[in-house]
Design a protein around this ligand. Structure first.
Ligand code: HPA
Length: 271
């Protein structure tokens, strides 16, 4: 694995013009349009990158984008690898390993999530303050490479408190309504039953989704700082009768997108 990571990182260094970035961004649902704010973009298709998994979802672009955002060098992933697509955990998190090898120290992520917190409304933006890992496998299972991080990494501050404070300040300045909450990561691809949404709420979750947790575990293993945002695209629980669908999730995410992009961009500029 080490060899693959280094090989891919070296290939990227050879193919990217300009300085290597210090900031990594996973453009999940709600954040795709952040691309429009990246300047001097260089696109590299996943399919051209050695050892990189390739997106299976039709119409998903699958590119690394290198460029500058407010003068800072960034590397953005356009298209992520979901566990429900059939990738194993090492594949899902491989790009984060490569980010670290390239020198990236801060990771920004977004996702779409179903809300269980009774205060939440569709379209809300939730700053992730913690998560609960309900994936059937931890991405760090198996041989540990001390070069990458410790065997038993602490998870006391999975989401960087200083970055959350910056985001709160940005939200207050710009009059953006932001919620805070715990993200429950599940394998999917089914949405939850009413009893499952209730269960996730009872164990301390505010929102549930099918991504992010594996990537954040690997980023924290490698001592990267992480900031994450969920867009609440549907609500779940025993009193909720609306049926969630991919279309509804996409629609709600597109609507919330300008706000998520504005928030993320400003936090990145202030890091
Ligand atoms: N459950 C799981 N994943 C999701 C949901 C949900 O309700 N909404 C968007 N992603």
């Amino acid at each position: 694995m080490l060899q693959k990571i280094n090989e891919t990182a070296q290939w990227i260094r050879n193919h990217v013009e300009g300085e290597m970035p210090g900031i990594g961004i996973i453009l999940g649902t709600g954040l795709g349009a952040l691309v429009d704010h990246i300047e001097n973009k260089q696109y590299i298709a996943y399919k051209d990158i050695p050892n990189f998994p390739v997106s299976t979802v039709e119409g998903h672009s699958g590119n690394l984008i290198f460029g500058t955002l407010g003068g800072r060098r960034v590397m953005a992933m356009q298209g992520r690898f979901h566990y429900y697509e059939g990738y194993d955990m090492k594949q899902v998190t491989f790009p984060v390993r490569v980010m670290k090898a390239l020198g990236i120290e801060t990771l920004f992520v977004s996702n779409a999530a179903g809300g269980m917190n009774k205060e939440f409304k569709v379209g809300d933006v939730m700053i992730i303050t913690d998560h609960i890992n309900l994936f059937p496998e931890n991405p760090l299972r198996g041989k540990n490479y001390e070069e990458l991080g410790p065997r038993f990494p602490a998870m006391t501050e999975p989401y960087d408190k200083a970055l959350v404070a910056i985001a709160d300040a940005v939200a207050a300045e710009k009059n953006i309504r932001v919620m805070h909450g715990v993200y429950v990561g599940t394998p999917g691809p089914t949405f939850e039953t009413p009893a499952e949404y209730e269960y996730f709420r009872v164990i301390g979750g505010d929102a549930v989704g099918m991504s992010t947790v594996p990537e954040v575990i690997v980023a924290r293993h490698a001592s990267m700082r992480v900031f994450g945002v969920s867009v609440i695209t549907d609500l779940g629980g025993k009193d909720i009768t609306e049926v969630p669908s991919h279309e509804e999730v996409q629609k709600a995410a597109v609507k919330a997108q300008p706000i998520v992009v504005e928030l993320m961009k400003e936090v990145i500029l202030r890091v």
